[in-house]
Design a protein around this ligand. Structure first.
Ligand SMILES: *Cc1c(COP(=O)(O)O)cnc(C)c1O
Length: 362
């Protein structure tokens, strides 16, 4: 019927076929309105239901306590790198970071433009192949918050457990692993994620934030960059990315139908085990990049004996219907992104291709 690729793209990434089909069905005429979601007012009651529905499904699935706000913003996770220090880093305080790789680096660079930063742990000496051990983390007394990158999409590392920060606000960039496993949201002051990896299409960024942190932003910040603007207006201060929010809602419904976030974790563990086992049992033909204890459930990074062989792997995989297996240009190698929506069959097909490629080139 439909010719679907084995899609291992890092982001934007695979969406469930069921979600795309439902969107297709409703594309021209949503709920009998005689128009597409894209054509209707964001102040209409139909869109209000879409907006509130996506919010409450996210609350339900992720177990978000009632004293947290859920915001749908624009500008990507990258805009949050600046908005966080603008809103939450006051003079005399320092933004603390765990430096885990490419995305942490971007967050740190933005915060430096706004105020003081402290790197409390880093795995740079190991080329970011692991999450630093939590016992290494010492927070400065004047820390405004601790920022972590829950999953480093490019290096393929992920926190197995989150740091305890006591009274210090913990903030996590979960752009590439939100909803891949259950999380105790109450440990965090804020969690944010661009939607295009694990939650839907590009265009909307999810911010989950404790109410007290966004009650009053500093008056000097422009309106659109203040959390209080969006918190006070239910993310409808200006025109929201309505179609993206609608698709996030469909994706959340899909997660719920699959059994929720705990079921997603099991599903992801089964999928990634297939591929990590294929790497580990290849006798060194495939070499995993991340340390065993820091391996990501979402981005599997690995290498072959030479760059030439890696190029050949990518080329041949593309001929067989695989997409997105080339590693990020900054680190090279290979990467399979196995987000929630990536089907088990794609991972099984990849493992078969890997075995066949090794047989021919090993
Ligand atoms: C993709 C990604 C980002 C950037 O997201 P944009 O929405 O493109 O700004 C930030 N952090 C992590 C961990 C990512 O994977």
């Amino acid at each position: 019927m439909t010719n679907r690729a084995f899609n291992f793209n890092a982001g934007p990434a695979a969406l469930p076929l069921e979600v795309l089909q439902q969107a297709q069905q409703e594309f021209i005429d949503y709920a009998g309105a005689g128009m597409s979601i894209m054509e209707m007012s964001h102040r209409s009651s139909i869109f209000e239901q879409v907006n509130d529905g996506a919010q409450s499904l996210l609350r339900e699935l992720f177990g978000i306590p009632s004293h947290y706000k859920v915001l749908f913003l624009q500008g990507g996770a990258s805009t949050q790198f600046a908005m966080i220090p603008m809103n939450l880093l006051s003079a005399g305080k320092s933004a603390a970071f765990v430096h885990t790789g490419s995305w942490a680096d971007k967050a740190i660079k933005e915060a430096k433009l706004i105020g003081e930063t402290t790197i409390v742990a880093s795995s740079e000496a190991d080329k970011f192949n692991r999450i630093p051990s939590l016992s290494e983390i010492q927070l400065p007394e004047h820390a405004a918050y601790l920022h972590i990158t829950s999953n480093e999409t490019i290096e393929g590392t992920q926190y197995a457990a989150y740091p305890e920060t006591g009274d210090v606000t913990l903030i996590a960039d979960m752009s590439s692993d939100i909803l891949c496993r259950p999380v105790d949201v109450s440990k965090f002051g804020m969690i944010y994620a661009g939607a295009q990896k694990n939650l839907g299409p590009s265009g909307v960024t999810i911010v989950i934030v404790r109410e007290d942190l966004v009650a009053e932003s500093p008056k000097s910040i422009p309106t659109m960059l203040r959390y209080d603007t969006h918190a006070k207006n239910n993310s409808l201060y200006n025109t929201p990315p309505s179609f993206s929010i609608y698709l996030v809602g469909l994706m959340l419904k899909w997660v719920k139908e699959k059994g929720g976030v705990a079921a997603m974790e099991q599903f992801n563990r089964d999928k990634t085990k297939l591929i990590y086992d294929a790497i580990d049992q290849s006798g060194g033909f495939y070499r995993g990049f991340a340390d065993a204890g820091s391996r990501s459930l979402m981005n599997i990074t690995f290498r072959l004996g030479s760059e030439e062989l890696e190029k050949q792997f990518v080329k041949e995989s593309e001929k067989q219907g695989f997409v997105g297996l080339k590693g990020h240009r900054s680190v090279g190698g290979l990467r399979a992104s196995t987000y929630n929506a990536v089907p088990h069959e794609s991972c099984k097909a990849l493992v078969e291709f890997m075995a066949d490629f090794q047989k021919r080139n090993g």
